[in-house]
Design a protein around this ligand. Structure first.
Ligand code: GDP
Ligand code: MN
Ligand code: MN
Ligand code: MN
Length: 253
């Protein structure tokens, strides 16, 4: 078996209004079933989701949390404004965003962003992925999938990895339940998070610094879905989430 992953070169610094799909198609020869993996930072820039702390006024709760962190209260206010729930406020500010993505500081990111500005995550990363995916399909005449990624930490392990935060036409989970292992045993629980695996693979080529490689094409995996899919398929239902339950009980005791 074989798969390929390669960067799409010659992507400039992205500005509000830039046509990312057009840039991808000008700089890569797209094939059917290509998975186009895009760093959320450039999607946010193209969507104009940059903001300045100067424009934010911190309220009471943000000031309290900021004191503990010795952080700028306006940054904490920005995080709270984008969150539907705070799961932990210290020593890390772990929140669930309005899209259901659990991450540190609502994904607000100052890396690879012009000085004085911060980048938000895309407001609706599935919609961003679909918009770019459909435009790539229209320009190239090929059927593709898209994964919008961000860099996130994981519980229990040191180090961050690329993960999926928005999808277009790729099933994020490969269900092995009911399949056989090498010894004929039936698999009972394994659901492989293929969207995160592909995001992590692409992130190896993107890096985190000044590489200037926000777009990677993964080729050779036949994973395109004929129907629209959503990153929300990856989020564990609230009631079944034991980690969230534990964090809530710590906060409220
Ligand atoms: P994030 O994981 O979405 O927060 O994105 P990163 O800040 O880690 O950047 C991922 C990759 O995209 C790195 O190689 C950056 O150098 C690159 N990158 C970020 N913004 C731009 C941009 O506007 N233009 C180009 N060409 N590369 C960018
Ligand atoms: Mn960044
Ligand atoms: Mn980021
Ligand atoms: Mn990154």
């Amino acid at each position: 078996m074989k798969m390929e992953a390669f960067t799409v070169d010659n992507i400039p610094l992205i500005k509000k209004g830039d046509n990312i799909a057009g840039m991808i198609c000008r700089n890569a020869e797209i094939r059917n079933n290509d998975i186009v993996v895009i760093a959320s930072t450039i999607v946010a820039k193209a969507e104009g989701r940059m903001f300045r702390l100067e424009d934010i006024e911190a309220k009471e709760e943000a000031r309290r949390i900021a004191d503990e962190h010795r952080a700028d209260p306006r940054l904490i206010q920005a995080v709270l404004d984008r969150s539907c729930e705070v799961l932990m406020d210290f020593p890390i500010l772990l929140v669930e965003t309005k899209n259901g993505h659990v991450c540190i500081k609502a994904g607000i990111d100052g890396s690879n962003v012009e000085k004085g500005y911060l980048a938000d995550l895309p407001e609706d990363p599935d919609a961003s992925a679909a918009g770019i995916g459909k435009a790539v399909e229209q320009i190239s005449g090929k059927n593709v999938s898209v994964i919008v990624t961000d860099t996130n930490g994981r519980a229990f392990k040191i180090g961050q990895t690329g993960i999926a935060i928005g999808l277009y036409r790729i099933h994020p989970i490969k269900n092995w339940i009911g399949k056989k292992d090498l010894f004929g045993n039936t698999l009972e629980i394994t659901q492989e998070s293929v969207a995160d695996e592909i995001a992590g693979t692409a992130n190896l080529l993107m890096g985190e610094g000044d590489g200037g490689n926000p777009v990677v094409i993964v080729r050779g995996l036949e994973m395109r879905s004929e129907k629209d899919t959503s990153v929300k398929e990856m989020y564990r239902p609230d009631k079944e989430d034991l980690i969230k339950k534990g964090l809530r009980s710590l906060r409220h005791n």
